[in-house]
Design a protein around this ligand. Sequence first.
Ligand code: BV8
Length: 263
Amino acid sequence: MEEALLQQAALMLRDARRIVVFTGAGISAESGVPTFRDDLTGLWARFDAHQLATPEAFHADPDLVWGWYEWRRARVRRAQPNAGHLAIAAIEAQVPDCTLVTQNVDDLHERAGSRLAIHLHGSLFAPRCVAAAAHPATFPAPPDGEAGEPPEGRRIPPPRCSSCAALVRPGVVWFGEGLPEAALSAAVDAASACDVLLTVGTSGVVYPAAEIPRIAARSGATVIQINPQRTPLDEVCAVNLRGTSAQVLPALVAATWGPNGEG
Ligand code: BV8
């Protein structure tokens, strides 16, 4: 990553009063949490994540899909936030008007100290009843696999809701499902009003989430991207920092606010 581009991005961040940080699966990659681009393994190897993350897949084989989410949830519980997550918490500490919007369903932003992450696609930690989104699913905690992690590739029957005995499903947004309205409108409002939007670790191909950086650009904000690869969002970015988030974000915070982010 070029030093000159980093300094350019730092200047933009330093002058910004209202910042949006928009993250995708890439920011959790250095915590050992696979991204959606990574090939699935084990029992799920014959699937693409986009096929499994659907109501149809859950309806067709609930044990297979619930097993995948339990394996992912256990994987996240074992993971630690990385320097990229921590750098975002440092930005929030520096800039009072900073809104974090994430496509991720893990809790690594919260565990890194981010106060309020807007989860556009739900959470691995909020399972709910298929029958009535109105009542939170209450059910006995699923049996942990050996050493707290179900072995990879295990089919696990989803629990039954204690209130109505319907199946419990992952509390995530599947392909073909609408995003939580409150989360989406909060993200759109923040993107429409910010000076700078920092997009980190997203392929920018899943809609309507991928519209968020474009809304910011159309509203006159400066968009900065951190990703080792090119993405469709390159075209709306003022600066593209080619690198991993755990490396680039801490460097960007230091270049903007000093080595300890003290401002
Ligand atoms: C909707 C939760 C309408 C689940 C996710 C046909 C039928 C139905 C819908 C559609 C269709 N065709 C298109 C659509 C729309 C569809 C869509 O956009 N599809 C895409 C694939 C074309 N969208 C939807 O279906 C949405 N809903 O349209 O509903 C509707 C409206 C109202 C009422 C009813 C219906 C719902 C989309 C949400 C799906 N759920 N997640 C789960 O997690 O299991 S999306 C899921 O994939 C993730 O959450 C994430 O958002 C997305 C993957 O994107 P990324 O986060 O960017 O991750 P990815 O792996 O792709 O990329 C990683 C990036 O990181 C890469 O660029 C890589 O270079 C980079 N990277 C890697 N390492 C690092 C790094 N960067 C930095 N540092 C590193 N170390």
